[in-house]
Design a protein around this ligand. Structure first.
Ligand code: LMR
Length: 396
């Protein structure tokens, strides 16, 4: 029976790492999977995380199951990080939440929960969106449609087209929005545009589904949740999937948060049971380790301050690399303006070149990034930036 299952092609993002490893080009550059790298190309354990690990090791006295909703201090710390201390939805006891196995786990359990509503909502995702959104949400059996988001020719958000599409979304549909650092384009909504999204959500009565995987990598920890808080302040219902992979560097620990803001505390209480029951039906309860580390960091003023400084350092490094890449491309005499790279936010930039040109960068220069032309800015360093710019000029 099992032989009926065919072999599948490599994952469009994760497959790049395997291909990169096999490449024997001594100049090869990995700008594929979205992981932060330092100047030496390493993804180090953050200093705050290393200290939290020591504290955890010294104090952990059991490996018994944790509560189905996860580590309590993790959940409260993350909700405060996302929504702000004493946010009214927290004071009004309107937020149900569980610790999830990564941002992916959060997306999936929220999708399963939406399916349970029985309303069979369509989930609208940006065009383009992170490649894994479609399988994660689609596997729950939800219908997915796209709304226009990015204009490749102009390398900017096509907001008029986005608005025109969202004006037709049905009541009860779900609109997936990237809280910050849009993956794959790096093009984020302005404050004014978030206000327009709020107005549309109120008019059309759609449910915003915020995916926030890069808080702190755009403009700052507070600045990056402007849209999320605006919607949470003004709408009866919002759902949130957050990841700690990037801003805590806890990629392999798989730690994220799935949260649902309900209209009142009664709804919240029901949602809490529902979301725990969804998780119980898939993986029972979350792993403890990553959540325990985030709990220690967020709830210790010293470690929290150290972590915030580390997030700032990562953000500023990526901003510097953006400017460096744009300058180096200009120095190559490329007529096309690549300054948009400096405007984009977070870990990714969309170079707006064709899949053929992306392939050429890979086969002729050993520079690996996603076919859509998404590059991981953090994979650039002062040593390889000139080579990347030269290759880009050559394929153009
Ligand atoms: C990415 O977008 O590269 C990361 O979020 C890693 C992944 O799972 O795709």
């Amino acid at each position: 029976m099992l032989e009926v299952l065919p072999q599948l092609p490599a994952d469009p993002i994760l497959g790049l790492s395997a291909a990169f490893k096999q490449d024997t080009n001594p100049n090869k550059v990995d700008l594929g999977v979205g992981v932060y790298k330092d100047e030496l190309g390493r993804t180090p354990i953050l200093g705050s995380v290393a200290k939290a690990q020591k504290i955890l090791l010294a104090n952990e006295d059991s490996k018994v199951y944790i509560a189905p909703q996860g580590v309590p201090g993790f959940i409260s710390g993350m909700l405060e990080l996302l929504l702000g201390k004493s946010h009214r939805t927290l004071l009004e006891n309107r937020v149900a939440a569980v610790q999830a196995p990564g941002g992916c786990g959060a997306l999936r359990i929220l999708a399963e929960l939406l399916k349970r509503t029985g309303g069979n909502p369509t989930v609208w995702v940006s065009d383009p969106t992170w490649a894994n959104h479609i399988p994660l949400i689609g596997s729950a059996g939800l219908k997915i449609e796209t709304y226009p988001y990015f204009n490749k020719e102009q390398a900017s958000i096509n907001f008029d087209a986005m608005v025109a599409c969202l004006e037709k979304v049905n009541k009860g549909d779900v609109v997936l929005l990237h809280g910050c650092c849009h993956n794959p384009t790096g093009a984020d909504l302005t404050k004014e545009q978030w206000h327009k999204v709020l107005e549309l959500a109120q008019q059309r009565e759609f449910l915003p589904f915020l995916d926030i995987a890069y808080q702190g990598f755009g403009d700052g920890l507070e600045e990056d949740v402007y849209g999320l808080r605006l919607l949470a302040d003004n709408l009866p219902e919002v759902i949130i999937a957050a990841s700690c992979s990037k801003n805590f560097g806890l990629y392999r620990e798989r730690v994220g948060l799935a949260a649902l803001i309900g209209a009142n505390s009664q709804v919240k209480n029901a949602l809490q049971t529902q979301i725990q029951s969804v998780a119980r039906g898939i993986y029972s309860m979350p792993p403890s380790y990553g959540g325990a580390l985030v709990d220690i960091i967020l709830n210790s003023s010293d470690l929290n301050a150290q972590w915030q400084a580390e997030v700032t350092e990562m953000r500023e490094r990526m901003q510097t690399l953006r400017r460096l890449l744009a300058t180096k491309v200009k120095e190559q005499g490329v007529s096309r303006d690549f300054d948009f790279i400096t405007q984009q936010k977070g870990m990714f930039s969309y170079l707006c070149i064709s899949p053929e040109q992306v392939q050429k960068m890979r086969s002729e220069f050993g520079i690996y990034f996603v076919d859509s032309s998404r590059v991981n800015v953090a994979g650039i360093n002062t040593e390889n930036v000139g080579y990347v710019a030269k290759a880009l000029a050559a394929v153009l």
